[in-house]
Design a protein around this ligand. Structure first.
Ligand code: ADP
Ligand code: MG
Length: 320
């Protein structure tokens, strides 16, 4: 059997030794957490976007630049970290000045909006690919991990799902680099890293992850890391209205479960902290849309409106 993305990482890159000094969280979460001593805890994450795999190569360079940073900041949001610095490793087929001007304008628009400074990187020639390493700050012991959840916790997401995959389907169908519907287009090209929400969930959520590969896959990571099972209530899934209008509810639900690229947070809250969550929601600090709960067992399961168990067919995108 060929190795999938996650068994590849487990087999060749996770070493069976104790974590190195200063590593509070290593491989397996949205960010590594590194103890910087007096400087505090650093959350560190890196993501690569490859042309024609993660985005259409002919897309606007401004859009490519700003989206590359947004998706990295999303991993900081998932750990409740505040962005501070980032590095940019850029592989370019050619040094096209117009392209670079637009790309850097997009990149810095997001960097400036989040007070995040570019401090280094690497530039090479080859097929277009953008790798960003983002570093954020989070006080010790308040970072949100994938592993903190327990059976009985409620599961929430911060916004509607399925829109980004709908936009991608629209672009694939039409051959265009943007979706005609501006709401759908924004869901794919301008995902909002839920940084404010991540910080608001400090002390409230027991676990969190950003939804990059689809709710089933990403909630599955939380369930596995926490040693519990998740039960989704399908009729409660918040579906992107623009995707519903264009593609209907069955298709949009499939995309919400397995489509990816939405970059909302999925988080879990113990019943003892639901009142604190309610207070944060009332204060306008975040949206918390309930989608299910955690139970003992393994895996991610689904129930329909009548409480019947349903098999999940879409389990999220994997590279191998
Ligand atoms: P995310 O979707 O949050 O970016 P991934 O699913 O890509 O996370 O990765 C899962 C975990 O494996 C993360 O902790 C990531 O840092 C780690 N990881 C991915 N690739 C490698 C690698 N080649 N070597 C070491 N760790 C890796
Ligand atoms: Mg992530």
């Amino acid at each position: 059997m060929p190795l999938d993305e996650f068994s590849l990482i487990e087999t060749f890159f996770r070493r069976p030794t104790a974590p190195a000094a200063g590593v509070l969280a290593g491989i397996g979460d949205d960010c590594a957490l590194l103890d910087g001593g007096a400087a505090g805890v650093l959350a560190v994450t890196t993501d690569t976007l490859v042309a024609d795999i993660h985005f259409p190569a002919r897309a606007s360079a401004f859009d490519i630049g700003q989206r590359a940073l947004r998706v990295n900041l999303s991993d900081l949001a998932a750990m409740a970290a505040v962005p501070r610095w980032f590095l940019l490793a850029l592989t370019l087929p050619a040094a096209d000045e117009d392209w670079l001007r637009a790309f850097s304008a997009g990149l810095f628009a997001v960097a400036d909006a989040h007070g995040c400074a570019l401090v280094g990187g690497d530039t090479t020639r080859g097929p277009l690919a953008v790798t960003i390493t983002a570093l954020g700050a989070v006080p010790a012991n308040v970072a949100l991990r994938r592993s903190g959840a327990s059976a009985g916790d409620q599961v929430f997401v911060t916004g509607a799902l399925g829109g980004a995959a709908a936009a991608l389907a629209d672009m694939t169908q039409t051959g265009a680099c943007s979706a005609a519907d501006t709401t759908l287009n924004a869901r794919y090209w301008y995902p909002e890293p839920r940084l404010r929400e991540g910080v608001a969930l400090r002390g409230i959520a027991s676990a969190a992850i950003d939804i990059s590969d689809g709710l089933v896959a990403d909630l599955g990571h939380v369930a596995r890391a926490s040693g519990v099972a998740a039960e989704l209530e399908l009729e409660k899934l918040p579906l992107c209205g623009a995707a519903l209008a264009r593609f209907g509810s069955d298709q949009t639900r499939d995309w919400a479960l397995g489509g990816g690229d939405d970059y909302e947070l999925c988080f879990t809250v113990p019943t003892s902290r639901l009142a604190a969550l309610e207070t944060a929601v009332r204060a306008g600090r975040l949206r918390a849309l309930p989608v299910g709960r955690l139970v003992s067992g393994t895996g991610v399961h689904a129930r329909d409106g009548a409480g019947r168990s349903l098999a999940l067919t879409r389990t999220g995108y994997r590279h191998f």
